[in-house]
Design a protein around this ligand. Structure first.
Ligand code: ZN
Length: 466
């Protein structure tokens, strides 16, 4: 064997046990006791988990107003690797009027050769023309781009109900998994106008304009459309109790509705958007859906425990707080011009580990399921990714469950100039990330040149019979 990892505790979505892991040609070839190989990593006292899979990451995406995303593929995947991830699923965003195929080619030009983790694109469909729905999308699904996101809000991204139904039909026919950003566009626009009329333009009011009721309504509408077409969907970045109840309602009726939540909905609240004194500091926390309240945080934890949520992602969407990102003259005039999104690909796993596992809210097995195994199953990567088993890729993250230090911007690898989680105390950090048998990060620092590749994905398990 090329490499053995000895003395650690192996943790999977269903089990945990003491074992050595033997690796050859980037794959796991043996799990047992007393293994020997050319190279050895001593994992005594450490946990050995499947590498993290962050299924919701925005990198190098163009914006309608020319603000620049703080991470390209190099810095974004450095940040991911340092945070314990071996695979990320970013988006290839179709700009209205653009061919979906050429947009995918553009993203490959930006990503290929620059990635420290393995990568596979979700598509974002914003312009469902007959050409896109009839030819480009089916061909791309055939080529292994087996999931795509649609938006129910944002002026330059939103699909109307007729378009959503058309797109769901194609997804059903091609067995592609649709990820839905569920927020009601007209309700948000209405609330935004009323808040602006009252002079309430600080970043804090972003949270009020993006009301949880609007998220609940859109969640229900997406579920109903999916039921009409009989297609599985994923409701992404669920923020609180109201949309969660719609998902539970659907599941109780046997509908194939999957759900994702993110770090910001357990670690931040609407109060963070106040900033220091209703000032522009609040812009650091502007994302959609926005963080809610303590009751919603409690509901999200319940959903993480009871299986309402299949996956836990970052929705990494980084903008610097300076003038290239959030703080533009226009953004100072109204919250509606503040770019939506926060960084989180590097802090996702430590936050859930510390707040969840270390504080006794979820088991280690559940942690692995939410952050690696389930994303692999849902997005057509299993069992090559997301498991510790013979024949799987040797994607492993070694964790020190006792290591305690706070999150500090100065220690992060992302291209953003702040973290919304500054100063948060964390117990349990990833100390080594291994991609296909190669160490790619140690103690929060990336090592080596980019070796990440592009993954062709299979059909989502959401399409498998129960
Ligand atoms: Zn979204």
């Amino acid at each position: 064997m090329d490499l053995v990892i000895t003395g650690g505790t192996v943790v999977t979505a269903s089990d945990s046990y003491a074992a050595d892991i033997g690796i050859r040609d980037g794959c796991i070839v043996q799990i047992g006791q007393g293994l020997e190989g050319a190279e050895r990593i001593d994992a005594t006292g450490l946990l050995v988990l499947p590498g993290g899979i962050d299924a919701h990451v925005h990198l190098d995406q163009p914006t309608s107003d020319g603000t620049v995303m703080a991470d390209g593929f190099a810095s974004g995947t450095r940040s991911a690797a340092a945070g314990g991830n071996t695979t990320v699923l970013p988006f290839a965003l179709q700009i209205k009027g653009q061919s979906l195929r050429s947009c995918v080619e553009d993203y490959h030009r930006k990503a290929d050769g620059n990635c420290h983790t393995d990568v596979s694109f979700h598509l974002i469909v914003t312009d469902p023309t007959p050409q896109v729905l009839g030819q480009e999308l089916p061909a791309l699904v055939q080529d292994g781009y087996t999931s795509f996101k649609v938006f129910m809000t944002y002026d330059d991204l939103v699909l109307n109900d007729a378009e959503l139904l058309d797109v769901f039909e194609v997804a059903r026919r091609e067995r592609a998994l649709v990820m839905v950003h569920a927020e009601g566009h007209d309700a948000i626009k209405h609330l935004t106008r009323r808040l602006e009329d009252m002079g309430r333009t600080a970043p804090f009011y972003h949270g009020q304009a993006h009301a949880q009721i609007a998220e609940r309504e859109a969640t229900h509408r997406a579920i109903s459309h999916a039921q009409l077409i009989d297609v599985p969907i994923v409701i992404v970045h669920v923020s609180g109790r109201d949309p969660m109840e719609q998902i539970q309602w659907a599941r109780a009726r046997g509908l194939k509705v999957h759900a994702e939540t993110c770090s910001q909905y357990i670690a931040l609240t609407a109060d963070d958007l106040r900033g220091l004194n209703m000032d522009f500091e609040g812009a650091k926390y502007v994302c959609s859906p926005p963080p809610r309240d303590a009751d919603s945080q409690a509901a999200i934890w319940q959903g993480l425990r009871d299986g309402t949520f299949d996956i836990f992602s970052s929705d990494h969407c980084p903008f610097r707080i300076d003038g290239t990102g959030k703080d533009t003259p226009r953004a100072r005039t109204s919250f509606k011009w503040v770019p939506n999104g926060i960084p989180g690909v590097e802090t996702r796993l430590p936050i859930l580990f510390s707040e969840g596992v270390s504080k006794g809210r979820i088991s280690l097995q559940r942690f692995v399921a939410l952050t690696s195994t389930n994303p692999a199953r849902l997005y057509g990567l299993y069992p090559q990714k997301g498991s510790i088993a013979i024949g799987a890729d040797a994607d492993l993250t070694l964790w020190d469950p006792t290591l305690t230090r706070p999150i500090r911007q100065t220690a992060l690898n992302h291209g953003c100039d702040y973290t919304p989680y500054e100063g948060m105390d964390i117990t349990g950090w990833p100390v080594r990330t291994i991609l296909r048998g190669q160490t790619i990060a140690v103690d929060g620092k990336v090592v080596g040149t980019p070796t990440g590749g592009h993954l062709v994905r299979g059909t989502s398990e959401a399409f498998s019979p129960e």
